[in-house]
Design a protein around this ligand. Sequence first.
Ligand SMILES: [Zn+2]
Length: 197
Amino acid sequence: MKELNPLLRSLLFIIGGDIAIEIGIELLNSEDQDITDEDITENILARIKSEGRDVDFEPDDTEKLKLNTVRKTLYKLYGEKLAQFRRIRDKSTGWFIYYWWHEFDLLEEILLEKKKLVEEKLRERLEFEQNNYFFICNECVNNNIKYNFEDAFEMNFRCPDCGGALIAQENDDLINFLKEKIARLEKFDLTVDSVKK
Ligand SMILES: [Zn+2]
C-alpha cells in the first residue's frame, strides 16, 4: 500500500477533513486502474474494517460512509486541482459513471501557487500599512472607525461624532508582524520529494 506524503496528507485534511485523506489513499493506490466513486467508497469501508478501525464519517446517520460524501469530497479535490475525472454513460442504465484519478504530481505547483497568493496579500497589506497610518478617537466607546491622514486633517483632527481629539494609531506592531510572516513564508520549503512509493 502506497502512503501519502505528510504534506499531501495535511493538504487533503485541510481541503476535506479525514475522508479526504482516505480518498487520497484510494486514489494513490488505484493509479493503474479505473476507479469510480462507488469503488472508492466500498474500498474505504473495506480497508477501515480490515484495519480494525472504528471510524464513522457520518455521525448523523446510520451509514458509516455515504457515496454522496465521497462524491462531494472528490469534487472538492477536483476544485483544488488534486483530482480529475472522466465520465462515461452507462448504455444500459443511461446514468453517467465517473472515473477518478489523482493529480498529486501537481502538489508542489499547487502549494507554490498558494504560497505566492498568501505572500502577495501580505505584501499588499504591508505596503498599505506602511503608506497609511490612521487616526482614531479614544473618546468614543467601541469606536473602531479609522481615519486616514487626509480625512483627519480635513476634520482638524477632531472626531466628527464627539468632537474629541483624533490621535494617530500606532501600527508598528502590525507592520513587524507582517514582515515576520513574509520572511517566514519566504524561508518555508515546499519542495516535495515526489509522492512516497
Ligand atoms: Zn469620538
